[in-house]
Write a new protein. Structure first.
Length: 212
């Protein structure tokens, strides 16, 4: 078994640490690293890895925007989300985009290697604690949908800005929120409206009158 790995992350220290870690495993070869979505998409045209370690918060297109694009063009790539976002909302959203695993950057080395090997075999990977949290989230979402709960005023405000074309960073600056908070809101809105990408979110918001 020889696994080709690529990493998409904009933090040089993270990439360096992963390089040093993966060097200890002869059956894993790191073929490329990418600092943003644009260079990632260009690089994949030249060489496709077996497994892509994909961060969510990348400059330009975010990981949840990139995942469906990559999987549509390169269905053979297995995507393992590697992120600091310890949020079941983000886990649920990334899985809905088609990624094959989700792991936090503070995971132990052996867990990372096991996750890489698992998704390479065509299986999905989530740590047991995250599976439990995800199950509880699914129950809450089902209850929310069944009671026809609407978006909160803040979610409606952010949805309107998304529809008018503002990026998450621009929304954060306008509303004096952190980028992380805006990303959490965006993920929550997409889950509530049952859409997988921003284009579908905008279409649904306009069709249902949630935004104009």
């Amino acid at each position: 078994m020889q696994i080709k790995i690529a990493i998409a992350d904009d933090h040089p220290m993270i990439i360096k640490g992963l390089q040093n870690m993966l060097a200890n495993y002869p059956h894993i070869t790191l073929t490329a690293t990418y600092a943003n979505g644009a260079v990632l998409l260009e690089g994949l045209r030249q060489d496709t890895p077996d497994v892509l370690l994909l961060d969510i918060q990348l400059p330009g297109k975010t990981g949840d925007e990139l995942a469906p694009i990559i999987l549509r063009k390169y269905p053979g790539i297995r995507i393992l989300t590697l992120t600091n976002f310890d949020s079941t909302l983000h886990v649920s959203n990334m899985l809905r985009q088609g990624v094959h695993g989700y792991l936090l950057k503070n995971a132990e080395e052996d867990v990372l290697i096991r996750a890489i090997e698992t998704v390479y075999r065509g299986e999905s990977f989530l740590e047991e604690s995250m599976k439990d949290r995800l199950h509880r989230l699914d129950i809450r979402i089902t209850r929310t949908v069944s009671t026809k709960s609407t978006l909160t005023p803040r979610e409606k405000e952010i949805l309107q800005l998304i529809v008018t074309g503002d990026t998450s960073q621009e929304i954060a600056e306008k509303l004096f929120l952190s980028l992380h908070t805006v990303e959490n809101y965006r993920t929550s809105i997409m889950l509530k409206l049952d859409v997988k990408n921003v284009a579908a979110l905008i279409r649904k918001a306009l069709r249902t009158g949630l935004a104009d």
